[in-house]
Design a protein around this ligand. Structure first.
Ligand SMILES: [Zn+2]
Length: 307
């Protein structure tokens, strides 16, 4: 620990570019900036006893909560490359219900005829809700995990579906051709969110709809659990609130039309088991996934449109 030779990146505010931050707002007992890279690897994957995160501070200008010290691009690439799949634990049916909830908000909007673009669709739990919309002619899915491609390619005919392994390799997408774009739990992970959003904006038609799901650092859950909130982790160089995501979208040339708190579904037995575990009681609870309850876990859905 405390290897001062290891250099992480120094960052200004990734939203407004201001370098002025106040005191540290959230950190761990031993902040990540004092660890060397090898030691952070096990913390990255979540297999650890003690939580270690890079300290988060608040931008003095736009109030975004971000880590002024974070992994470099190259370090991140290596960390993501060795990461195991992370959907384990919650049954598929509950995950599907959560995604359907996002879709039910988005479907209130009118889609112009055009293309659909999604980054990180995984197995397409959200995508399959929207795929039958007659306004959408072509589907551009950007998914680096090739093991899910066989599942994704079943969603539509090959002449309508375009798969790419590069998360933000939008160059083949014709400018102003996209009428709906979706990013679910992507924006919290990016060290350069404004740059990526600007790239995306060029591909979007006037009047197009962008739907983004992120964590909400201003949520009650985040306030109650403090630095124990699961979204405070090594994979999130910044976290948004309804206020700061509006400012970020504006920087990238989008107008926010709606920010809504969303629900995640969990089976009752899953929650009961974890509640018992929290009290140190490790027993097997019979798995009965039929009864699922919605919880507001500090996620927000932002709907925006190119300016
Ligand atoms: Zn800022």
């Amino acid at each position: 620990m405390a290897n001062t030779n290891i250099k992480y990146e120094s960052r200004v505010c990734p939203s407004c570019g201001c370098s002025d931050t106040g005191n540290v707002s959230v950190s761990s007992k031993h902040p990540a900036e004092y660890f060397d890279l090898d030691d952070l690897q096990s913390h990255w994957n979540g297999f650890f006893k003690e939580k270690v995160i890079f300290s988060y501070s608040r931008c003095a200008k736009c109030h975004l909560l971000y880590s002024p010290t974070f992994f470099s691009d190259g370090q991140l690439e290596a960390l993501y490359a060795q990461m195991p799949d992370n959907t384990a634990g919650v049954p598929l049916e509950a995950l599907e219900k959560t995604q359907k909830g996002y879709f039910n908000i988005l479907k209130e909007y009118k889609f112009e005829k055009g293309g659909y673009l999604e980054t990180g669709p995984d197995i397409g739990l959200f995508t399959k809700n929207i795929i039958s919309n007659p306004a959408l002619k072509k589907f551009w899915l950007f998914e680096p995990n090739r093991t899910v491609w066989p599942t994704l390619s079943k969603l539509a005919d090959s002449d309508r579906l375009h798969l790419s392994a590069e998360m933000f390799g939008f160059s083949e997408v014709p400018d102003q051709s996209i009428s709906v774009a979706v990013m679910i739990h992507v924006l919290d992970h990016l060290i350069n969110p404004v740059e990526i959003l600007k790239k995306l904006r060029m591909k979007m038609a006037p009047g197009a709809v962008l739907a983004v799901v992120t964590h909400d650092e201003s949520s009650l859950l985040a306030k109650i659990t403090g630095n124990g909130w699961p979204a405070y982790c090594l994979q999130h160089p910044q976290l948004y609130s309804p206020k700061t995501i509006r400012a970020l979208m504006k920087e990238a040339g989008f107008n926010v039309v709606q920010v809504q708190r969303t629900v995640n579904y969990f089976p009752v037995t899953y929650l009961f088991k974890h509640l018992l575990w929290a009290f140190g009681i490790r027993i097997n609870v019979p798995s009965w996934d039929a009864l699922q309850i919605p919880l507001k876990l500090g996620n927000i859905l932002t709907i925006a449109s190119p300016e």
